[in-house]
Design a binder for this molecule. Structure first.
Ligand code: FAD
Length: 319
């Protein structure tokens, strides 16, 4: 028996979400009294460092290539490795790639699958894991009843924990099948932490009145080193790019800090942000629904409050 965790390494780099999922696998293996094994597909800088997060062995396939992602062939390969390693639990990140593979792997392994889990398995209740449902309004505990289990883990569920030294990297002589889809071109945003991985997010809505006013939001984000986000109508109106839209139909995020200025807090918006650790709302309407979900609220005009907050943060950082 073992716990197998697939670690994403986009462009050959292992990110914080990879360290999170490695920590989760190590803790799950500890609960089950077994070993946690990492799996990398493609290049990965500092692969052995995954050992520091509790993975004794790290398996790597195609170590000198950066193969294009294809859910079908990658899920097949991960399933084959899971079978060969006698894995009773397979863990993935709940990213776009992880989401597209979790179900496929579960079908191949005849496993129960919890997609978007947000807790460690509860050892007292024969492997119950929880996840948020109904746009974050409720939490459900699921018991996975099959002997093999597949879990995709929501980002920011736990902090990466270093527990030991480097692990051993073994190259596996296995190959991906010919992909069923081909990547024709790729455009990546540079210089910012992508929203799903951001720990600090500054977001704004229609209360900002127009795209020309986003300077105050970018200044606040820059003062904190935060990523910017927006409500859906803002992206729909073309004020901000669509990749910044958070909510039920946009990106779901779980940052440590979410600052929302001029956003009403409609249920569809909250669905993507209410798992943030701390929510700060700036809205001039004291009845705005967002205040009910806020840890801190400022009733005021964003055009006054946001620049003052930015100035205070800059002063604090200088001091
Ligand atoms: C099927 C469906 C899916 C949807 N998915 C999403 C989604 O994923 N994400 C999402 O965001 N929305 C989504 N929506 C839309 C959602 O219902 C809301 O309409 C939207 O979130 C409102 O955006 P907003 O808060 O920016 O704008 P508004 O509702 O217009 O609110 C603007 C807020 O700004 C405040 N304000 C105005 N001026 C100022 C000022 N000077 N200073 C401070 N505050 C000010 C106002 O008091 C108000 O609360 C979805 C809707 C549907 C039907």
């Amino acid at each position: 028996m073992s716990v197998l965790v697939y670690i994403e390494s986009p462009e050959g780099k292992i990110k914080k979400s990879g360290h999170e999922v490695a920590t989760y696998a190590a803790k799950t293996a500890q609960i089950l009294g077994t070993e946690a094994i990492g799996l990398l597909i493609g290049q990965a800088e500092n692969a052995a460092q995954l050992g520091e997060y509790g993975l004794g062995r790290i398996l790597q396939i195609h170590p000198s290539e950066n193969p294009d992602f294809d859910a079908k062939s990658w899920a097949k390969l991960i399933s084959e490795v899971a079978l060969a390693q006698n894995a009773s639990v397979v863990i993935l990140t709940h990213s776009a790639n992880g989401k597209s593979m979790a179900g496929r792997i579960a079908v191949r392994l005849e496993a129960g699958c919890i997609s978007g889990a947000s807790s460690l398995p509860d050892p007292g209740t024969s492997f119950a894991v929880s996840k948020s449902v109904f746009s974050g309004k409720a939490k459900v505990n699921y018991q996975i009843q099959t002997s093999t289990k597949v879990i995709s883990l929501m980002g920011n569920t736990l902090q990466p924990e270093k527990t030991g030294g480097p692990g051993t990297v073994e190259v596996l002589d296995k190959k991906l099948d010919t992909p069923s889809v081909k990547v024709v071109s790729r455009q990546t945003s540079t210089g910012i932490v992508p929203l799903p991985e951001a720990e600090l997010v500054v977001s704004a809505g229609r209360g900002l009145k127009g795209p020309e006013n986003w300077g105050i939001i970018e200044d606040l984000a820059q003062s904190l080193g935060a990523t910017t986000a927006c409500s859906r109508p803002v992206a729909d109106s073309g004020w901000r790019p669509h990749h910044e839209h958070v909510g039920q139909t946009g990106v779901a995020i779980r940052p440590n800090l979410y600052i929302a200025a001029g956003i009403s807090g409609a249920i569809q918006h909250l669905a993507g942000v209410n798992n943030s650790k701390v929510i700060v709302v700036i809205n001039k309407d004291p009845e705005a629904p967002f205040f009910k979900a806020a840890d801190f609220g400022v009733i005021g005009d964003a055009f006054e409050v946001v620049p003052r907050l930015t100035a205070a943060i800059r002063k604090f950082k200088q001091g």
